[in-house]
Design a protein around this ligand. Structure first.
Ligand code: UT7
Length: 326
């Protein structure tokens, strides 16, 4: 059976670092509280002129370089984001133009923090079916633009960044083995942005009420996340007749170190098999997994044949996992 395989990866984070100590002077919080409750020490913030397509462009250039594939040969661009440059055109189309990837079909996927795995799944189907040969899958976020910098419960969590992978058909056992996607719109109120869409279009009132910022019921979201992430990790493992101990590297969405540790414990995975970079980047939503994957590649943590489990959870609610043979 044909599989799609990651043949290159790249990531980009903006230069500006915002530390927990910087946040202490902005809201009533402390470095100690943030580290203890989230594991985050610092995050990156995009420059005034940087939008999601700019971060995506840098990450994509690096992914293309590492794959040795030219932009003109990309058939498909799928970009996951909750912070598109504008309502339309899609950020994927803006990226296509920047890359000069003339023949590519380009569109965005909206699945909040699960967006990268959702996008990977779509690209995987097209490649497995033989419809497209080469796909660029990107997660890019400028969450600092939708963060309420007066809300200590959320502003300490998020960061900006982008990650990208190039996918091609594989002729051997390497590649994406299975992807598992889930949604539950009944839990939409746990994590959302109420303003700026067709329900509450941008107005003086929506701005005054801060409706264009992320709203999260953190504690409730945390509990659902731990439950659903364990389920979806086991779904990937069990449906392939594997055991958690078969996993060589676990790449979880970086939302909270306590969530990551809880899942690792439930799967009985030692933390040295778990990729953690939340301390440096915070929660970068759809970008967190491709940034972490690229870090694993550049640190030489992956060798051919390794089994990788990725998983994510986010607004929607959405959650997903993917199992890959490197
Ligand atoms: O990526 C998408 C999915 N997102 C997630 O999965 C995030 C899930 N949620 C979380 O990561 C955690 O719920 C948070 C990190 C957001 C919050 O941690 P928590 O342990 O759930 O804290 P809490 O909301 O229950 O608040 C505990 C206390 C409260 O004070 P009282 O009411 O006990 O006096 C908060 O007001 O901590 C207070 N608090 C803070 N204190 C200092 C909330 N934020 C802060 C803060 N600094 N930044």
């Amino acid at each position: 059976m044909k599989r799609s395989r990651i043949v290159g990866s790249g990531s980009y984070v903006p230069k500006m670092v915002l530390t927990n100590f910087d946040l202490e002077s902005m809201v009533n919080t402390s470095d100690e509280w943030i580290i203890e409750r989230t594991g985050i020490r610092e995050r990156r913030i995009a420059g005034k002129d940087e939008a999601a397509s700019d971060l995506a462009y840098e990450a994509s250039q690096r992914a293309l370089k590492s794959s040795g594939i030219k932009a003109k040969d990309i058939d498909l661009i799928i970009l996951a984001t909750t912070t598109p440059d504008m309502v339309f055109p899609s950020t994927a189309c803006l990226l296509q133009d920047r890359l000069n990837a003339k023949k590519a079909v380009a569109f965005d996927v909206s699945a909040a923090c699960s967006g990268f795995i959702y996008s990977l799944s779509v690209a995987d189907q097209f490649i497995k079916e033989g419809i497209y040969k080469t796909a660029l899958v990107v997660g890019s976020e400028v969450l600092s633009r939708i963060t309420d910098w007066n809300d200590r419960a959320t502003c300490i969590l998020f960061g900006d960044g982008a990650g990208a992978v190039v996918l091609q058909a594989s002729s051997d056992r390497r590649g994406i083995i299975s992807v598992h996607l889930h949604s539950d719109g009944a839990l939409k109120d746990l994590l959302y942005i109420p303003g700026g869409g067709s329900r509450n279009p941008a107005s003086k009132k929506t701005i005054e009420k801060g409706l264009h910022y992320i709203k999260m019921r953190g504690n409730e979201t945390f509990k659902v996340a731990v439950r659903k992430l364990e389920e979806v990790a086991l779904e990937a493992i069990n449906s392939n007749n594997l055991k958690p101990s078969d996993i060589d590297l676990f790449i979880p969405h970086q939302a909270n170190l306590r969530i990551i540790q809880a899942i690792a414990k439930r799967l009985n995975l030692s933390m040295d098999k778990v990729l953690v970079n939340i301390d440096r980047y915070g929660n970068t939503s759809a970008a967190s997994i491709p940034i972490a994957l690229d870090e694993a590649v550049s640190e030489g943590r992956l060798k051919e044949g390794d089994l990788i489990l990725m998983e994510a959870f986010g607004g929607g609610l959405t959650w997903a996992s993917a199992l890959l043979r490197w």
